[in-house]
Unconditional design. Structure first.
Length: 222
């Protein structure tokens, strides 16, 4: 998990994974006061806002606030915070993977080649002063049902609770950086590796002590 966060520290719109702890209670918990220990129960995704970085590219979009860009994936609707888009040969606005960006109502957003593109904060797309569509910004009351699908996309078993939330604005010419701090993730990764090495050494010492105990008992018996 930590290695994946480090690898995606520069991936636009990436949301880092973190661990959720629970308590392990051993069978001796009633008689021993220290018979509980923290264990990782499951991972969870941190959906906090990443920093917005200006790029100057009119096809780069970022979201300030909650919500996701909706795209038509190969097996249904997907959601992403990575607004690094491009124009396909057929004029559709697509992701770097070629998935069509959904407009309001679910249709693709089609733009004319060679004309300046203007996208307002509510996702309205204009060319030559004419409105040609509006981006579908999906928002969920709870992100618990969102699951990572790889490629910086999320999938949900249920439709979004609303589209175009009033507290979210689209920023043209900007990208949202990953919210995985490279220094923090790398530091935690090194800490985990050191803990593993320490426990591995403790296991080796325990095995060595057992071996010596067996040899000493055998020597006493002789």
């Amino acid at each position: 998990m930590l290695a994946n966060n480090v690898a995606n520290a520069t991936t636009g719109g990436y949301k880092s994974d973190r661990e959720f702890y629970s308590l392990y209670v051993s069978p001796e918990a009633d008689s021993q006061p220290n018979a509980t220990m923290p264990v990782i129960a499951r991972p969870w995704t941190d959906f906090s806002q990443g920093l917005l970085r200006p790029t100057g590219n009119p096809l780069d979009l970022a979201l300030q606030g909650q919500g996701f860009f909706s795209v038509n994936g190969p097996s249904g609707r997907l959601y992403t915070r990575n607004g690094s888009f491009r124009v396909a040969a057929n004029g559709s606005l697509v992701t770097t993977d070629g998935y069509a960006v959904r407009g309001a109502g679910g249709g693709a957003v089609t733009v004319a080649a060679g004309s300046p593109l203007e996208i307002s904060t509510d996702g309205t797309v204009r060319q030559d002063g004419n409105v040609i569509g509006q981006l579908e910004i999906a928002d969920f009351t709870s992100t618990a049902g969102l699951a990572k699908q790889g490629g910086n996309y999320f999938q949900s078993a249920r439709p979004p609770d609303r589209t175009g939330p009033p507290d979210t604005s689209v920023r043209q010419g900007q990208l949202e950086d990953s919210n995985a701090g490279a220094a923090e993730a790398a530091g935690r990764l090194i800490s985990v590796m050191r803990q593993f090495e320490m426990l591995q050494k403790a296991v080796s010492l325990g095995a060595e002590m057992n071996q010596h105990a067996i040899q000493d008992v055998a020597r006493v018996g002789q």
